[in-house]
Design a protein around this ligand. Structure first.
Ligand code: UDP
Length: 376
């Protein structure tokens, strides 16, 4: 069985690592990797390939920078010849980025079956590009791998046939479990001169938070409110940095006392920083899950989450409006030790990738006659 797995952006690289391992140890699977180039710079891509022991991709589509529509169009044009050359049995797409949706569409147009990792998640907010990518990808997928109960419920409600859906666990947590010791040995926290539980870690990169002047000013306010209470370490996503520069706010942010701006961190460095943080403030999808596993309080600056188990069972709090007073009160509660203790959600046990490989191996490899017709 030949599987072509697509990655394009930072969270995809972290999620594909355990799948790559699971496919390697399954003789029935021939696995190839395609990198669309959606995230191409070294700090968001190369370092993850090195740290996560990922091989050079078999194909690099080198898509150009541009709007979501431009990138989608570019991927469609460049992925089609790869499909024609490889004729895979499955295209495996991960998460909710532009590459996920575009490659799923391209595969379906070539008559190739699609498996979606992290299916069924819904934020209910169709202003998020990720939400559109999730819904459209799930509508096309032939196999849907689910990380949490809400994913199952959403897909059932949308009428997806039960036989296509598999609750397998969370590959992002597979990576965390596998690399946690290595991350601790690296001791990024100590090397930066911090003690465990001595800082608040922050990331922000969603367009709704960082693309506007108003959003950036709210983020600045938050840092100004927290830094007098606890050191703030802010890992700056390139999108956020560009926007801060564009609005003339980068210097003001870097001048806030008791706060430190960091370049985007490698996976191991960031894992160590997360594990020992007093709390994390973020708008990331994956960090909500990682903090739940690590039992670290997480304040998510969004009005909804597609990962509700992190609120229900985990350590995640949703703070919709970036109101400095609410943030201050919540941080004060955390600093006073009044924190909600979380539980690890079902099947977040490090074995998700293995379960997916088993499901894939149990599928028929019989070539689809429609496939041969379309791609020959
Ligand atoms: N991450 C990282 N370095 C950083 C910030 C985040 O390695 O400086 C990791 C983080 O641990 C998580 C992933 O990147 O595994 C989340 O990616 P991101 O927030 O970009 O995407 P999202 O999850 O929101 O789609």
């Amino acid at each position: 069985m030949k599987i072509l797995t697509v990655v394009g952006a930072r969270p995809n690289f972290i999620k594909v690592a355990p799948l790559h391992q699971a496919f390697l140890s399954c003789p029935a699977i021939e696995s190839k990797l395609v990198h669309t180039g959606q995230h191409y710079d070294a700090s968001l891509s190369d370092v993850f390939f090195q740290q996560l022991n990922l091989p050079e991709p078999d194909y690099h589509l080198n898509i150009s920078e541009g709007s979501q529509s431009q990138q989608t169009a570019d991927i469609l044009l460049k992925f089609e010849p790869v499909l024609a050359a490889e004729k895979p049995d499955w295209v495996l797409v991960i998460g909710d980025v532009t590459s996920t949706f575009a490659c799923a569409l391209s595969a379906k147009q070539a008559g190739i079956r699609v498996a979606h990792v992290e299916a069924g998640l819904r934020s209910g907010d169709d202003q998020m590009p990720e939400e559109r990518n999730r819904i459209l990808t799930d509508a096309m997928a032939d196999l849907l791998f689910v990380t949490e109960q809400a994913g199952l419920d959403n897909l059932r409600q949308e009428g997806v046939s039960a036989g296509k859906i598999h609750f397998v666990g969370n590959v992002m947590i597979d990576s965390l479990i596998r690399f946690r010791t290595q991350a601790n040995q690296l001791n990024t926290v100590g090397k930066m001169g911090f003690m465990p539980n001595d800082y608040v870690l922050m990331t922000m990169h969603r367009p709704s938070n960082v693309d506007t002047l108003a959003g950036l000013l709210r983020i600045l306010n938050i840092v100004e409110v927290i830094a007098p209470r606890k050191t703030v370490l802010f890992s700056l996503h390139p999108r956020t940095k560009r926007s801060l520069i564009k609005h003339g706010l980068l210097e003001r942010l870097s001048a806030i006392a008791n706060s430190k701006l960091l370049e985007p961190q490698g996976y191991l460095e960031f894992l160590n920083l997360m594990e020992h943080a007093t709390a994390i403030i973020t708008d990331s999808g994956g960090i909500q899950e990682e903090t739940t596993y690590l039992n670290v309080p997480c304040l998510t600056f969004r009005s909804s989450t597609e990962r509700p188990v992190t609120v229900k069972l985990g350590t995640n709090h949703l703070l919709a409006d970036l109101d400095p007073e609410t943030v201050q009160l919540t941080v004060d509660e955390i600093l006073a030790g009044r924190i909600k203790t979380g539980q690890i959600p079902p099947l977040w046990d490090g074995l998700a990738a293995r379960r997916m490989a088993e499901v894939l191996c149990s599928q028929s490899t019989k070539p689809d006659t429609k496939v041969s017709r379309v791609i020959e």
